[in-house]
Design a protein around this ligand. Sequence first.
Ligand code: GTA
Length: 329
Amino acid sequence: ADTTAKREPATVETDELTQKVKRAKTDSENGRGEVGDEFETDVLSGFQTSAVLSDSAREKTIFIRGKLADEDAVVILEKTPIREDTLAELFTGSRLKLEMRNDIYSTYRLQPPPHLNEIKTTVVCPATEKHVKKYQRQESFLVEETGEDYKTITLPYIQKQSFSVQWVHNILEKKAEADRIVFEDPDKEVGFVLLPDFKWDQKQADDLYLIAITHQRNIKSLRDLTSDHLPLLQNIFQKGKEAILQRYNLPASKLRVYLHYQPSYYHLHVHFTKLGYEAPGCGVERAHFLADVIQNLQADTQYYKTRTLYFPLRADDGLLSKFKEAGRL
Ligand code: GTA
């Protein structure tokens, strides 16, 4: 019997969406992650919201958990900054509705043309439970990690539990985001790829955010660094700053260049953000200036192997439980 003929239209639609999500996933695993300007109108039309993980009226962001076809997904929506170069079009091409007028004061609702009213959208699909926890608003606790704690608690945990770095390998192998690369030094030892972080839409330099990813694959984080890595770190610092000056006309005095500890992804990478932009994770409890890292390693090759490092962990982070179990919290 022809069962397809008896299907409800809704099922057919869901099946098509499932295929689309699966196709996108296979494409990215095979490295066909390139994008163009075409509109993908139906990718999110089947998204079923199950919970708002967090939101911020000030940052104009919302992190949503839900289902995309039959897969768990996280969708992040973020209103983008208003760009100075669009102001003339914004004033001439928008509809304006008066809300109130009082003496010299008046407020309006301005409805801009669609292309000036975009929402930056990030989709993680399929999302793991760890992604859901990462984006969920929750209390944080500061952890004190000695060199010994790293070996006995953190390292065994991250070896089993950390996020996949497939996306990093795709970048290094030019299987994804190849057209976004700003600079590359292909050297196996000191080389790296510099490209826009996916949190930056590249429309304005005010929230500039790039990452430099090392070609070396065996450096997990700050903790693995010794003075042997100084040529690599100095190379990233120097050539990263030069590339940003050349491409975006931003001098080093306008940049905040740092590493995260703990990072989310255990493949060494360096964050380059615009000074003055409050990038997520740029606070003192998580960011380590690359310039300081270099000086610390110059003074003591074992610095990051032996020092106590401090970092925040979210309430339901598995690593926090491990620190509690070990009586270290
Ligand atoms: N180009 O595929 C990618 C990609 N991925 C998967 C991650 N990154 C990517 N960049 C490209 N392509 O800056 C970027 C991340 C991050 C860096 C990894 O790689 O954007 P990290 O290992 O130190 O991890 O850095 P970190 O900082 O924890 O990750 P992340 O994602 O920045 O999360 C920190 C906090 O930022 C989150 O808890 C959340 O509050 C906030 N955040 C995350 N994503 C967004 C977003 N899209 N919009 C707004 N806020 C966000």
